[in-house]
Design a protein around this ligand. Structure first.
Ligand code: SF4
Ligand code: SF4
Length: 197
């Protein structure tokens, strides 16, 4: 019984002498190979060569510090809630007296982890963050041999004080303009508002 029209009728005719030598087939194949020699390469010699990537490429995350070097993250958990891949986990702690230079808010993330194997680099954590603490960057996540090495902690995520990560190209025009307002830190307005439940 014929169920579909997708079946093909296969020729059962005898091969000619030429076909038996496979010469036409070999020549045809060599012509295709030869034609590719003069075409532009589609591949690059990674990692020696890198493809140009967009300024807003979504790669490895960074946890930002403020202008004084204090960690911006207040462990509110909004990024973890927004994450569709459930890649973010954290624990919060209360800032102690004398730690004002280390953490900007009274609550901070004592641990903060992102599982890079779960992450789909969607950028929703970046959009959810009210403190402009987390950004995706144009850095590519390193290759590892062990799965646990892909769980990035604060040691890999928080930017170094003396080696800041530039994220200005990732910020929206509205945020960049808002930061320019004289005497007004961008998050003071946020803090002044009561969040609706
Ligand atoms: S980029 Fe997307 S998937 Fe990755 S941690 Fe952020 S919200 Fe989760
Ligand atoms: S990175 Fe931002 S959204 Fe995530 S816990 Fe820290 S302050 Fe909250």
């Amino acid at each position: 019984m014929k169920l579909t029209n997708r079946s093909k009728v296969v020729s059962n005719k005898e091969q000619s002498a030429m076909e038996k030598m496979y010469l036409p087939g070999i020549l045809k194949g060599m012509m295709i190979t030869g034609s590719h020699l003069f075409k532009r390469r589609a591949t690059v010699k990674y990692p020696d060569e890198l493809r140009p990537i967009a300024a807003v490429y979504r790669g490895q995350h960074v946890l930002k510090r403020d202008e004084n070097g204090a960690e911006r993250c207040t462990a509110c958990g909004l990024c973890a809630v927004a994450c569709p891949a459930e890649a973010i986990t954290m624990e919060s702690a209360e800032r102690k007296k004398g730690e004002e230079g280390l953490y900007r808010e009274e609550k901070y993330a004592s641990t903060y982890e992102i599982n890079m194997l779960r992450c789909i680099f969607c950028g929703l954590c970046e959009e959810a963050c009210p403190k402009e603490a987390i950004f995706l960057t144009d850095r590519i996540v390193d290759v590892e041999f062990e799965r646990e090495d892909f769980v990035y902690g604060k040691d890999k995520l928080v930017e170094k004080v003396d080696k800041r990560v530039d994220v200005t190209k990732r910020q929206t025009i509205e945020v960049a303009e808002f930061k320019k307002l004289p005497g007004l830190k961008h998050n003071q307005v946020f803090e002044g508002k009561k969040l609706k439940h």
